[in-house]
Design a protein around this ligand. Structure first.
Ligand code: FE
Length: 213
């Protein structure tokens, strides 16, 4: 297997781009030249995922659910019309189920088959979410995986793992931290991390925000 060598000194193809970014650029150039893609459309998609679609969308939904009991009830009952009204549905988020953490039950989301994920709410999935290790271990030993993420749950809290598919994607509604009574939506939203909506973290506590300043 001569192509397995990664030493640039003995690799005959070392002048070729090895950086994935360069390879992507090369592919983009070829596809553009063949008229298969429009660079302007590509830029718009990239801009959308860089600046408009990301965990801040999910965090705004969670903050509102903490703030407004009727919104929370509607979200848990049937998230799709609620998210559609907020324009937070669409590609890779056609059917979303919101699962609520409680002292009795902690929810955690995985896609054992690939990497299904609610893009309109959380953006592009993190690398670890797509890894073989997370996908297989999340279902086999969820408490151990959670501990590796720094989440130690009380023994009496059950862990429920939800397996996403292309048809159903899940959003975890984390527990609202104590000491946040009377907080505004904007303040609450800062407590909601991406991982807390996947279930591999808890919501930040008010003292975590102080520490980050
Ligand atoms: Fe998947």
């Amino acid at each position: 297997m001569p192509h397995d060598s990664h030493d640039p000194l003995d690799h005959p193809h070392s002048h070729l781009p090895s950086d994935p970014a360069l390879r992507v650029k090369a592919l983009e150039t070829i596809l553009t030249q063949k008229g298969l893609i429009d660079p302007a459309a590509l830029d718009e998609i990239i801009d959308t995922y860089e600046t408009k679609i990301g965990p801040q969308n999910g965090a705004s939904v969670v903050a509102r659910a903490w703030h407004d009991p009727s919104f929370r009830a509607a979200l848990l009952e049937d998230a799709d019309p609620v998210l559609a009204a907020l324009h937070l549905n669409g590609r890779q988020g056609e059917h979303v189920v919101v699962v609520e953490n409680t002292p009795e039950r902690h929810n955690m989301v995985v896609c054992t088959l690939c990497s299904c994920y609610p893009w309109p709410l959380l953006g592009i999935p993190p690398g670890w979410y797509k890894s073989d290790a997370y996908r297989s271990r999340a279902v086999r030993e969820p408490r151990k995986v959670l501990a590796e993420f720094g989440v130690i749950l009380p023994a009496e809290t059950a862990v429920r793992v939800w397996d996403s598919t292309a048809e159903v994607r899940y959003l975890v509604l984390p527990m609202r931290p104590e000491g946040t009574e009377g907080w505004s939506l904007e303040q609450l939203q800062r407590l909601v991390s991406r991982d807390s909506m996947i279930g591999t973290a808890l919501a930040r506590r008010p003292e975590d925000l102080d520490a980050a300043l």
